[in-house]
Design a protein around this ligand. Sequence first.
Ligand code: HEM
Length: 422
Amino acid sequence: MNKSIPIEKGFENGLKILREGYMYAPNRHKIYQSDVFETRLLGQKALVMGGEEAAKLFYDEDKFKRGGTPPEPAVATLLGKGGVQHLDDDAHRNRKKMFMDLMSKDQIEVWAKLVEKHLLKATKEWMTKESIVFYEESKEVLTRAVCEWAGVPLPEKDVKKRSRQLAIMFESPMAMSVKHIEGRIGRQQAESWCRDLIQQVRDNKLHPQEKTALYQVAWHEQLDGELLDLKTAAVELLNVLRPSVAIAIYFTFTALSLHQFPEVKDKLNGEDPYYLHMFIQEIRRYYPFFPFNGATTRKNFEWKGYSFDKDTLVILDFYGTNHDSRIWEDPEEFRPERFSDWHSSPTDEIQMKLLAQGGGDYYTGHRCPGEFNTVRAMEVVADYLINKVSYTVPNQDIGFSMVNIPTVPKSGMILENIDYIG
Ligand code: HEM
């Protein structure tokens, strides 16, 4: 029997997302007592879903496609045009394999070592200052680390400029006013930089190592044997550089969690080496980051008695699923132990519960290929903050907005009196 999907009133409800941020979808799933409700976003009908069962549906490649989904403001800042996020089927698999090949175990360890190297290098400078804003500094550390990892030359004079261009792309998609315009400009400048780099590789003027992202993107062959056009290649290189810098948000939440829940420090230095991994997973579940994602139905189908029509925009709520009490006991408590029985690790298996960086399969689906790099970088920074440096946390506003997307503590996490103890 067909059940009716609850409908939110209003001809255009996009502004409500801007007003309620991360809580827009969970608030309504609660009010309607339903895993799915209908609304209108960007002038079209949209179904908004949340929960593990909804995630299983969303990641069913037979029922959903990605091509054509993202809204223009996200394309102009965060995503760019023609990248892997917008592909489906064989074209997607071909492009996605390029990303997954970059993330070999060896290369992830190279990445982890580079993150540590650049954290330690920055420490020398931080020790000469009274205080630093950890979020701002982390973006620069990660810019240096990812450029080195990706084979991208980064002259010292350009570090701040490139760091700003890469960061504004993920800081601006849902911002209003000037910041959003800066995001659009940042993408244009960064794409132009990356187009130039790829051209230089193809002209034999720049020689990155074979395992690097710059080399692989420059020489990636599509299904027809052709190289990517320069613009798309730039978008894909930025799909490595930009989100690697975005890990600064998780670095900041790592510092915040050590401050808010200091009792975890003893456990992190205790007998169980797996505790670090559990701690990182809990940070990715507990704090808000990537809010939701969208896809379009490929055909008419029924799910739990609800009818889904072909070509409907469907949004999956990540934040709400990460705080769904049917999946997580006491979801508003910070409790790394909840991951103790995930010994196969949420980053290894097809899973639909922890939607920090998407769910489903890495190769056939759209799940984030950078999840391994993210988790390793967070493990490095946690170890750094606990074992390599001492610091004090002065009084400051550590609250974070649930409306701004993405969000970080309002102070950016000010750390004082940094000293090397490692
Ligand atoms: C896709 C989040 C780090 C590269 C995604 C998706 C999310 C996400 C939510 C979409 C998943 C879906 O569609 O279901 C994050 C977060 C990160 C992060 C929160 C932490 C900062 C990274 C890193 C890289 C990366 C470090 C590369 C080194 C990508 C790419 C895609 C993607 C290329 C598109 C995959 C596809 O469409 O098949 N990410 N990501 N991300 N991410 Fe990440």
